[in-house]
Design a protein around this ligand. Structure first.
Ligand SMILES: *[C@@H]1O[C@H](CO)[C@@H](O)[C@H](O)[C@H]1NC(C)=O
Ligand SMILES: *[C@@H]1O[C@H](CO)[C@@H](O)[C@H](O)[C@H]1NC(C)=O
Length: 420
């Protein structure tokens, strides 16, 4: 077939399994073999016995008739196979990128090509071929994707990280791999850990292409999100006080939350963690925190890395690349809000629940509820998970960005139950 199947990716190489459909094809094959044999049997047993030459003529005729039938059957099988493949695609709900379409970058075709395993079916995993992993939604942005995959192999990559991010934000995640050298930025003047946690980061060691601001000074004058109001600025005190000094009853302090867990918090995951300050404060307490962030409007990833912290460049549409029950703590704030579809939020919450260990803490930090309805539905959802509410505060506060409006926020520390 002239098309390549795409699997919904999670960042790893994907493999195509022998499916229900291929066993259906096997049954069809078996059926055809049996029919062919029956034809042959019929042909030979029902032959007239009177005249030898007559018989041979007849047999000849009948054999050609049989072969006609066989070729008809083979055609039928091929068409069934195509039908089954179509059904399989529909069942799985993924689209295909038609690599025969015009203007598709050659590198994309190369990347997407399936590779048969050299020794046939792998007995351990049941896979027969390696399939390059790329987000199925990439098909919706095929032109952008093709642009992204247009470069000189083994040459320098175009300076187009923001194009990649645009694709990610449209659900094209994971992106295809590329065979080009990304522009390197000399990281001069990095500080040793843990001094690095609170040192300003030089404008020179991050990439500003594709961003409105070209310096941290410019960024500090902007409200980037609820989690990042001057979050790159360590001199004015606001960022330095987060998590260690309460500004209201919705602000829990790291030490009081850690105390709830009796020292059981060693590794954590921060969702939408701004410039990484939560991870920095946790690092000071010997807790390793991974900060999930994209570079929307600011070089968050490079800034976090320059602080000596771990930035995870991943959208919230992507299944978390962690195994089940591994984190002691998940911290999230309004960045968790994924829009109006309640199911979408549920998928996300179930994924958070999955990576959190029993007894681990889910810290919902100043989650912005646009209205009472939102608060009620969020509360109902959380309660369905059966977490123990160690802390639960619904508060109103004046919009941090200075609109003067009063807003509802939910802060909670919830403990995941041991489910049996
Ligand atoms: C060939 O097929 C015809 C019917 O189409 C049958 O009458 C005849 O006996 C068959 N001959 C042989 C040799 O099988
Ligand atoms: C973190 O670990 C270091 C080295 O083990 C230790 O000296 C320090 O007291 C620890 N800090 C905290 C806050 O536990």
């Amino acid at each position: 077939m002239g098309s390549v199947s795409l699997k919904i990716g999670d960042g790893t190489a994907r493999f195509k399994r022998a499916t229900f459909c291929s066993s259906a094809v096997n049954i069809l094959m078996l059926f055809s073999v049996i029919t062919t044999n029956l034809f042959a049997l019929y042909a030979f047993t029902s032959a007239p016995r009177n005249n030898q030459t007559h018989l041979i003529q007849h047999t000849h005729k009948n054999i050609s008739m049989i072969s006609e039938h066989v070729s008809l059957i083979v055609k039928e099988i091929a068409s069934s196979q195509r039908k089954l493949a179509r059904m399989e695609k529909e069942l799985l709900g993924y689209e295909t990128i038609d690599i025969s379409r015009p203007n598709l970058a050659n590198e994309l075709k190369l990347f997407l090509q399936h590779h048969q395993l050299p020794l046939g079916k792998d007995s351990r995993t049941g896979i027969t071929e390696m399939v390059a992993s790329v987000g199925h939604s990439c098909d919706k942005s095929a032109d952008l994707l093709s642009q992204y995959m247009t470069y000189k192999a083994s040459g320098p990559c175009p300076d187009d990280w923001s194009l990649g991010q645009k694709l990610i934000l449209r659900g094209c995640e994971p992106l295809p791999r590329r065979r080009c050298f990304v522009k390197s930025v000399p990281k001069v003047g990095l500080y040793r850990f843990p001094v690095s946690l609170w040192k300003p980061v030089s404008d020179k060691i991050v990439t500003w292409s594709g961003l409105g601001c070209k310096s941290f000074e410019c960024l500090n004058k902007k409200k980037l999100s609820r989690e990042c109001v001057g979050c790159f600025d360590f001199s004015n005190g606001n960022e330095n006080q987060r998590f260690v000094k309460g500004r209201g009853k919705n602000d829990f302090l790291i030490d009081e939350v850690l105390a709830l867990a009796n020292g059981g918090i060693r590794i954590g995951f921060d969702i939408g963690g701004g410039s990484g300050t939560f991870a920095a404060r946790m690092a000071e307490r010997n807790v390793t925190v991974i900060t999930n962030t994209l570079n929307v409007d600011a070089p968050f990833s490079e800034f976090i890395a320059a602080r000596g912290l771990f930035p995870l460049y991943l959208s919230l549409d992507h299944r978390f690349p962690f195994y089940d029950n591994v984190f002691d703590l998940v911290h999230a704030s309004s960045g968790l809000d994924v829009g109006d579809k309640p199911e979408k939020f549920e998928f996300l919450m179930f994924d958070i629940d999955r990576i959190l260990r029993a007894g681990g803490l889910f810290w919902l930090d100043n989650f912005y509820c646009a209205n009472d309805e939102k608060k009620t539905s969020l509360t109902r959802l959380i309660e369905r998970f059966g977490y123990k509410k160690l802390k639960w505060v619904v508060g109103e506060k004046v919009d941090a960005a200075g609109s003067g409006k009063s807003e509802i926020y939910l802060s909670a520390v919830l403990q995941k139950p041991a489910r049996v």
